[in-house]
Design a protein around this ligand. Sequence first.
Ligand code: CA
Length: 221
Amino acid sequence: MRVLICEDEPEIADMLASFLAADGHEPIIALTGAEGLARFAHDSPDLVLLDVMLPDVAGWDVLTEIRKTSNRPVVLLTALGRLDDKVKGLSLGADDYIEKPFAWEEVRARIAAVMRRYRPVSPGITVDDLQKVVLVHGRAVHLSRKEYRLFKLLYSEPGKVFSHTEIIAKLWPRDAYATPQDVQKYVYLLRRKIEDDPAHPRFIQTVHGFGYRFTGQEDAP
Ligand code: CA
């Protein structure tokens, strides 16, 4: 996992970077807010550890700027006991916060907890099951309840072909009037939201005569 550390104190940044690297992650250090935003845009990290007290741009502004384009997880590093900071951070869209001074074990546990909510499904698609949001290339796509359930069913077993009958039985078991046309309708709506080109779907593919399957493979037939 690629982790952006936006922190102006080099000792803290280096300490976090070495622990992250030891755990097999790829740390990126930014010592100012401006550098952090530039690296975020350029390196597309999976997670951001963001110090609130930065020398140039406030951590809040960095967070607000990130949230304009991305739903990627951001964990704030705040000064001990600053309750206002925590409330403000969460209201601006932070996923969690860690009080300084911190122990590495706590940082590791918080990162793991945040990342459990973002399950990478295939290249380009991530699902946040807690918020019921699908991220396509880092962009949040809001699905209706039926669309979300259909998507979840298909991605639960990548590559498996689900027939119309099976989809109806799993999603609408008590609806005696559900038809294959309903399934087609929701596949159509889902593709319009998540596919780059709904006419040539990459994620949800039709297997003619059988049904649908989820695949994230670029070169799938
Ligand atoms: Ca600082």
